[in-house]
Design a binder for this molecule. Sequence first.
Ligand code: ADP
Ligand code: ASP
Ligand code: MG
Length: 464
Amino acid sequence: MIVVKFGGTSVGAFPQIEQAARIVHSMRDSKPIVVVSAMGGVTDALLQAGEAAVTGQTRQRDDKLWEIRSRHDQAINGLFKDRSAAVAVQDTERNIWEEIQKIFTGVSLLREMSARSRDLISSFGERLIVPIFAGYLGTLGVEAEPVDAREIIITNEESEFLLVDFDETKKRCQKLTKMAKSGTVPVVTGFICSTPAGVTTTLGRGGSDYSASIIGSCIKAEEIQIWTDVNGVMTADPRIVPEARVLDRVSYKEAAEMSYFGAKVLHPQTIMPAVDENIPIRIKNTFAPDVPGTLITAETPVHQYSVKTVTSITGMTLVSVEGRGMIGVPGVAGRVFATTARHRISVLMFSQGSSEQHISLVVNRHDGDQTVKALRREFEREIERRRIDRISSISDIAIIALVGEGIKGVPGVAARAFGILGTGSINILMIAQGSSELNLSIVVRQKDAPRAVQLLHEAFELSK
Ligand code: ADP
Ligand code: ASP
Ligand code: MG
């Protein structure tokens, strides 16, 4: 069995849905389990409607909801020539819209959107598209049924962070296996899941890739296919580097590292479940299905230039703790981590100078102020005694990451990277090499990020 996931652009409007459904039709003998994301832009639009409701802008709220509704209506009108099939899908959609109206009325009355409401609001994109996709497969002669992933993917209630309860999810995935084996294609909502108490949650933005790999690992699929709008994993984001090239093979480690550092083509958590069961992940282009795409497995040939990809992640803040007296303060790094953990702030990068006079960490922009405040409180006494001189931050920074299994053991990668950035007059604020030695991360100002990516892509001859 295989799991086949279509992203937002692959179901963006009726011609794309037609194309995606044709792909499923062509592989119907392999008994696929299909996972679908919301139509491109719909999750954002739902959240914007939510924000408008919070601020009392009912007109904007209704305009956004109307825009979402008409996109789905247009898709139904474009896809279903047979009226009776269209009516069945429209009935299902109408029930979902009743729920949407109620929730938005609630948000407007309360003028607040809790994390829980946000999750519920953002769940509708996937819930609205799945009946359309399954219904349309039916008209192609492929028996299919929509499945709400909140009945399949269950999280651990106990955990502070969202963790999937794989034992429970595995049990519930049997339903999908049964359906697929009996010849009905399950069309599952990506992105959404629920707590054991039945509360709607999500796997985070872009999380449908993760949904596919969770299901893939639970049913021990032969392959997990991620169908998107590019020919595969590329040497850089093609929107930043137009001459970026598609990679035929990438290792799990490389894919995990590059997605963590901003390669949007895969959600960062997608790789782990596949690694556990050693399931290959294939990235394919919905609009060029004959292109082989990228195969992600445990091992991969090392690229001759050692670096395989350059990625960037923006919207970060760099926080620094500095002071000559820090040498005498035990456990500064440990206390920094304990403080960020206590406040549930995730640290993307960390570095400490060998002289122990300087510790830097990179956090998401929205955690920046809180990180500085929390650290100042933690080190209040040291600041008073002048052992720590300064805890400060710089916002609008980006992390550029060079990723490739070949980086380890190849001398001079860092020298070459720093050299080229220096020639381009790009100031480096911080560097770190992951202990895995398959990545070199460089912090620069956000405004310099696109050019830094282009320069590095060229310096390591990645388009060749
Ligand atoms: P989907 O809606 O199918 O999930 P996404 O927009 O989430 O698609 O991811 C695909 C996009 O990721 C591509 O259109 C591309 O612009 C972007 N991207 C960023 N970095 C890379 C990369 N290294 N390789 C391929 N695509 C990348
Ligand atoms: N629809 C969700 C989002 O926009 C999940 C996804 O696209 O993978 O984040
Ligand atoms: Mg995506």
